[in-house]
Each structure stands twice: as structure tokens, then as C-alpha cells.
Design a protein around this ligand. Structure first.
Ligand code: MSP
Length: 494
């Protein structure tokens, strides 16, 4: 069983921010879940280093563009380490393997490419041409200042793919998620597709078009190809295809069009399979406002991880907002999540059960001869991962967390109702059945949260002597080996 997931590759003209950390964390969670579920996973991320924007940023920084790219790409690699992104490949579009892959893809779609001259307004911020009707006082919808471009260019016959794309969307209703975004794409394609200008000759910071002097590829062709490069294309086309068919592209809503319209059209032209899904997530604001350097409210992942801790940040981002919708990052909201969901609910459950077992000497003495009450909790625990699977397959990450928290709440209630400390006082034989059911619940919860909060899950696995590398371990029964002493998982945020 194969699974593939990708993040967008990030432009390196600015510092990593919460938006980048968000996309990477979501993709990481999907990858981790599938690894635990026994899949062979390929998870790629990286940096998008060509294009006019990067060339200009390098100029501003008074650096040679490749040197500038090296420095900035490293910042994104550092962000990935910070967020514990478990990528299998970090791809840079300036790498040789990628230049070869992009040129190969170009030759594979050449039958749909023609040369013509182009005149139009270009938005360097989004690296795209914009229609006159979209421009207000010289400003594109992205907020970027448009520039007049007039040049001999290569064009891709995108218009010829309109019907094939619509047919594909129709016959693959889950190709684009969420549904609301899918509808937007369908109406965009229905309204008519124009051919796409796919080369530039006014600047040279790009991948040379094969057999065409002075032309570099439009940065988006080069960027999208990264997903194939990372899978070994074109050297190992079969291997690449086998993963690619199972591939989920996690992208932000503003770059959905490139992924859900242009990319499938290029792939169809090349005779390559299409990825399984494009999932568009929403955007974060900061304390209710659009993030911007001039307001100074850009959320810096390095700062918030330092302040709140990695797992708390990962949890907050995935729980606070339904994946696919826009959300707001506020200090109050993250503190609340940490205090209530993490410290009070999860932290407390683990602490009160495991500290109590320590009090009894640290041996759990498993007893699986459950009566009805314990059996209910045990059954719910064993069903947790099965409930999460379809949610994860739909990238419904916030609901996956709420489902885990239902079991957390049920377990806390079970402790309150069963009062193990009283059972101990009375030497009631029920005691170890209750504790066994609770440890089973804690084990399933740890597996459930492992993709979301890897460090916290690791701590819990260690507390209960579980290796924690595969969901299959959930089936193992506890032995009476001594549990090590637990320490509190979360501190309430002041
Ligand atoms: N280089 C292109 C992607 C090419 S993929 C073949 C690009 N890079 S980017 O660095 O500008 O953006 C990367 C991602 O960050 C996008 O998916 C975008 O949606 C996301 N975000 C940027 N700001 C964001 C927020 N404020 N909130 C959430 N995500 C945001 O586009």
C-alpha cells in the first residue's frame, strides 16, 4: 500500500511564517498517520527558487541569486525541523534532478505548445498574468503592482483541455476538496480557459526551455513538476507513477487553480496519471487581521513554538479551525486550547491514571475479564483508529481530533464514575479491570494523537511501555511489566 503527500514548495523571497508551518504540519500529520497504518509513504516538501520575484529579492539583498537561494532555502529547512516535519524528501527547484525533470516534462507536452507573442499585465507577486478587469489602479488582486509585459513566448493549449478537465472533475468528485472550492474551480473552467503563456525571455533566473535560446520556463511549470521530480521522474517513471496516483497535494486556497486546472492539464498532455486529490486549505489571520509585515502581526513559527511548545502549536492549528476553512490565530485562543483540551483533559487523564498506578507500585497487572462497564470503554478504545481512518482520508483533521477527544472525555468520566482510589481502599478485584480499560484507552489515544503531537505521544508510549511505531500494536495486551514514573505532559499557559 502506497501513499504520497506533498506540501507546496515555498517561495524563498521571504521568511517562513505560520502559513507555511500550517501546510507542512497538515501534510506531516497525513504522512505520519499512514506510516503508522502500515503504508509505504513518500512525503515531499521544499523550496520554489526560480522566477522574477526571487531574482529581485536577491538583487535587493545584494547577493548572487544562487547564494541567496541557498541561504533562504535553509530557513525553510529549519522551519521543517522546528515543526518536526517528517519529510522523505526536501526538494529545491535549482537542483539538477529537477531541472532534468522539468525539461523532460516540457518535451512530453510539446505537442500542445506553440510560439506566439504575448502582451499583457503581469503580477510579479503571484507570478501570473492578470486580466484588465481584475486590475484596480495598477494593482492586481494579490495586492501586487502589475507590470506591462510584451514578449515572444511559448504557449500551452490549455483551451483544448477544458472539456477533458470538466469530465474529469465530474467523474472524480473527490479530486478537489473541500467541495466549495471544487465548485469554484468548476465554474472557473466552465467560464472558458485561455491558452497559457509558459515561458519568459525577459529574465534568465529559471529553467531553460529545451532547444530554445533565451527562454526560461514559466515558474509555475517548473514548480508543479517538483512533485514528480521528488518521486524519481523521469528516471523511474513507473515507480513515480505508482506513488503519484496515491498523491494528495496539500495547497493553500489561492494556489488551487494552478494545481487543479493547469497541473492536471499538463499531466494529461504528457500522458501521465493524475494525483489522487488536491486539498485546499484556508488562510490564517492574526488577532483578527490579515497578516502583513507593515502591521507587524505576522505569526513567526519559531517564536510561537518557543513560547507555547511544538505539540501545543500543532494541536492548536489543527483543532481550532476545520481544515479547509480560514482561521484566526490569537493568543487567547491558543492559551484556552492548551489549558482546557491539553492540560485539563488529556494531561489530567494520563497523569491521574498513571500516577495512581505508580502509587500502587507501578505494575499494571492487566485484567481483561471485563464486566460490561469496562468493556464499553475498551471497545470504544479499540474502535478509535477505525473511526479516524475515513476522517484522515478526507483530510478532516479537526474532526479527527474531536473524535479522539470524545474518548478522552469518556475516559475521564470513567475515572470519576469508577473511582479507582476507592476500589483500591476496598481491595475490590474490579480495580485492575478498571485500570486495564483505562490504560487501553490511553494507549489508543496516544496512537490517535501520535500523528498530530508526536512528542506527547512518545512520552505516553514511554510511560506505558509501548513502542508506538505501528497501529497494529494496539492489539497487543499489556504485560505486568513495571511502568516508569510519568511526568506532567502540559503546563497550563499563563
Ligand atoms: N511557490 C508557490 C507554491 C508552488 S507549489 C508547486 C507558493 N509559495 S508561497 O510560499 O507563497 O506559499 C506557500 C503556501 O503558504 C501556500 O499554499 C499558501 O496558501 C500558504 N500561505 C501563505 N500565507 C498563508 C496564511 N496566512 N495562512 C495559511 N496559509 C498561507 O505559493
Amino acid at each position: 500500500m502506497k501513499f504520497c503527500v506533498t506540501t507546496p514548495i515555498y517561495y524563498i523571497n521571504g521568511e517562513p511564517h505560520i502559513g507555511h508551518a500550517y501546510a507542512s504540519t497538515a501534510a506531516d500529520i497525513l504522512a505520519r498517520f499512514k506510516r503508522l497504518d502500515g503504508y509505504e509513504v513518500h512525503f515531499s516538501t521544499g523550496t520554489d527558487e526560480h522566477g522574477i520575484k526571487v531574482a529581485r529579492s536577491a538583487e535587493k539583498a545584494q547577493m548572487e541569486v544562487q547564494a541567496f537561494s541557498d541561504v533562504m532555502s535553509k530557513r525553510f529547512r529549519d522551519m521543517s525541523s522546528l515543526m518536526k516535519i517528517s519529510y522523505d524528501d526536501f526538494i529545491r527547484t535549482t537542483e539538477d534532478r529537477h531541472i532534468k525533470a522539468s525539461q523532460k516534462l516540457w518535451t512530453m507536452i510539446e505537442k500542445d505548445i506553440y510560439k506566439s507573442s504575448y502582451k499583457g499585465w503581469y503580477d510579479p507577486r503571484d507570478e501570473m498574468f492578470v486580466n484588465d478587469s481584475e486590475i484596480v489602479n495598477g494593482i492586481a488582486p494579490s495586492g501586487g503592482k502589475v507590470e506591462w509585459m510584451e514578449e515572444e513566448s511559448y504557449f500551452f493549449k490549455l483551451s483544448a483541455y477544458q472539456d477533458r478537465l470538466l469530465d474529469y472533475y465530474e467523474s472524480h468528485p473527490d479530486f478537489i476538496l473541500p467541495q466549495s472550492r471544487r465548485n469554484e474551480i468548476i465554474s472557473f473552467v466552465r467560464s472558458g480557459l485561455k491558452d497559457l503563456c509558459i515561458s519568459r525571455s525577459k529574465f534568465s533566473w529559471g529553467i531553460p526551455v529545451p532547444n530554445a535560446e533565451n527562454h526560461v520556463m514559466y515558474v509555475w511549470i517548473d514548480a508543479l513538476t517538483n512533485y514528480l521530480t521528488s518521486l524519481g521522474f523521469p528516471n523511474d517513471i513507473e515507480g513515480a507513477e505508482s506513488y503519484f496516483r496515491e498523491c494528495i497535494h496539500v495547497v493553500g486556497k489561492e494556489i488551487l487553480r494552478f494545481h487543479a486546472v493547469y497541473w492536471p492539464a499538463f499531466l494529461m498532455a504528457a500522458g501521465l496519471p493524475l494525483p489522487k486529490r488536491i486539498f485546499a486549505h484556508g488562510w490564517w489571520t492574526s488577532e483578527g487581521q490579515k497578516m502583513s509585515k507593515s502591521i507587524g502581526n505576522v505569526v513567526n513559527p519559531f517564536e510561537i513554538v518557543e513560547k507555547y511548545g511544538l505539540d501545543c502549536v500543532r494541536y492548536f492549528m489543527m483543532r481550532e479551525v476545520r481544515f479547509g476553512e480560514d482561521g484566526d490565530f490569537s493568543v487567547e485562543a491558543i492559551k484556552k486550547r492548551i489549558s482546557y483540551d491539553l492540560a485539563n483533559d488529556l494531561g489530567n487523564l494520563v497523569q491521574r491514571v498513571l500516577a495512581f498506578i505508580q502509587k500502587l507500585g507501578g505494575h499494571m497487572i492487566p485484567d481483561y475479564n471485563f464486566s460490561d462497564e469496562e468493556k464499553v470503554l475498551f471497545d470504544h478504545s479499540r474502535k478509535l483508529i477505525g473511526k479516524l481512518r475515513p476522517l484522515m482520508d478526507n483530510q478532516d483533521l479537526s474532526n479527527a481530533l474531536s473524535t479522539i477527544w470524545e474518548l478522552v472525555a469518556e475516559s475521564n468520566k470513567f475515572v470519576n464514575d469508577q473511582k479507582p482510589w476507592e476500589l483500591a481502599k476496598q481491595n475490590d478485584p474490579k480495580l485492575y479491570r478498571v485500570l486495564t480499560a483505562l490504560c487501553e484507552a490511553i494507549k489508543s489515544i496516544a496512537f490517535g494523537i501520535a500523528p498530530f503531537m508526536p512528542d506527547t505521544a512518545r512520552k505516553i508510549f514511554d510511560f506505558i511501555n509501548i513502542e508506538g511505531t505501528s497501529f497494529a500494536e494496539i492489539e497487543d495486551k499489556f504485560s505486568s511489566q513495571r511502568f516508569p514514573k510519568p511526568v506532567p505532559l502540559f503546563l497550563k499557559s499563563e
